[in-house]
Design a protein around this ligand. Structure first.
Ligand code: NAD
Length: 388
């Protein structure tokens, strides 16, 4: 018998209009000073105001911090942590994509711990989080990362990415309102949507998958695959946005419990060295990693094919697994993401340094159904460069 540790927090509200639950949830904590962590674009388009207005009307003091940048570097995280400690806040709200939510939870937790964020990094840090820090509410405005339900904060380093991870980084409340994603432009909808799909597929194929995470992963694949193309083509399609937000949230629960693997391990160096958005890094690699590991998990790939809307009934497992890789490749292509590393202007000369950084991601690689060693990683980057 296998024992699975499953963590399903935080308290969550999902559905169109669920942002209305913010005020009653804030009231439970009665914070005197609230820090809202977001990015400048969300302030510009008025989303920030939608969150602050009901709070300030009730007399809450809200400080809006807009210095979040996409794929935030460690230094941006350090600055926010210092700001949060000095400001004597009593609650942190993260509003935005994974970049804003990751920084919000990092700042909330490290406000109660000592020393720089660098000390708490998984690969190079030496300290463990000891205190829970401030209460935090996370509100995603993209449908992608699932950060609202994970205990991870991702930071960009010089040539790769690293994470701070501890269960104290789990939000106290997540509010997943698809209405907040309507303004996401097509390219970001595509990248974040494939990110969520990758979470679900990798969770389903993970060596740590369990019957519980399997159910979540397959449902996320169904919702995302049926609505991603529509959400990219017509961002105002309400049902597509609802499916994508639910799919992303469920995929987050699945991968937080089962883990992600090779796609993410190889995507981190692409983000670190070439500043490619996280979703796009995953998307360009997804078909190649799946093609490479296919032979180790043909039965599970047949299940993924069915969840993608295909039909494995009259196919052998081998045939179904090929078809699964084909379907994933087609989806990534249909939503307009470049199909090769060359499409992102990555030179062939970079493949070796990408390989060397990819090998470092042992935590992620350990969950791949096919063990991925240095030579395997080199081959996958090469095929993603060549496009075959
Ligand atoms: P992002 O947060 O960087 O946002 C991408 C862009 O979309 C930004 O320019 C932002 O302004 C814009 N945007 C966001 N919401 C919008 C809206 N409603 N309307 C219009 N524009 C909007 O992108 P992301 O993909 O959500 O997050 C990426 C980050 O999340 C990376 O650093 C990645 O490593 C991290 N991540 C974290 C986890 C986790 O579990 N913590 C999981 C996956 C990825």
């Amino acid at each position: 018998m296998t024992v699975s540790k499953l963590v399903f927090t935080p308290l969550s509200y999902t559905g169109w209009g669920s942002l209305e639950q913010l005020l009653p949830e804030v009231e439970k904590y009665s914070p005197r000073k609230i820090l809202l962590v977001t990015d400048p674009f969300l302030k510009e388009i008025g989303l920030t105001e939608r969150v602050t207005a009901p709070l300030t009307e009730q007399g809450y003091e809200v400080t809006v911090y807009t210095e979040v940048v996409p794929e935030p570097p460690l230094a941006v995280g350090e600055k926010l942590v210092a700001f949060t400690r000095e400001g004597k806040f009593e609650m942190v709200i993260g509003l935005g994509g994974g970049s804003a939510m990751d920084l919000a939870k990092l700042a909330a937790v490290l406000a109660g711990n000592e020393g720089p964020a660098a000390d708490y990094l998984n690969l190079s840090g030496s300290k463990k989080v000891e205190e829970k820090g401030l209460p935090k509410i996370l509100i995603p405005t993209t449908a992608g990362t699932g950060s609202e339900v994970t205990n991870i904060s991702v930071l960009s380093l010089e040539s790769t990415k690293d994470v701070v991870t501890h269960d104290y980084l789990l939000a106290d409340v997540a509010i997943v309102d698809p209405e907040l994603t309507v303004s996401v432009p097509p390219r970001v909808t595509a990248a974040t949507g494939v990110d969520a799909l990758t979470h679900a597929v990798e969770a389903y194929l993970s060596v740590n998958a369990s019957p519980v995470s399997d159910g979540l992963a397959l449902q996320a694949i169904r919702l995302i695959s049926r609505s991603l193309r529509t959400a990219v083509e017509n961002g105002n399609d309400k049902q597509a946005r609802i499916d994508m937000s639910n799919g992303s949230y469920i995929a987050g629960l699945a991968f937080f419990n089962a883990g992600v693997a090779g796609v993410h391990a190889l995507a981190y160096p692409l983000g670190g060295q070439f500043h490619i958005a996280h979703g796009e890094s995953n998307a360009v690699l997804l078909p190649y990693v799946m093609g490479y590991i296919r032979k180790s998990c043909t039965k599970r790939m047949a299940d993924v094919l069915n969840a993608l809307g295909g039909n494995s009934l009259y196919l052998s497992e081998e045939e179904a697994s090929y078809k699964c890789v084909e379907e994933l490749t087609r989806l990534v292509k249909d939503v307009g993401i470049p199909q090769t590393l060359a499409g992102f202007n990555i030179p062939e000369s970079a493949l070796e340094s990408l390989t060397q950084d990819g090998v470092q991601q042992k935590r992620l690689l350990a969950r791949s159904p096919l063990p991925l060693l240095e030579e395997d990683i080199r081959k996958i980057y090469q095929s993603a460069f060549n496009g075959v």
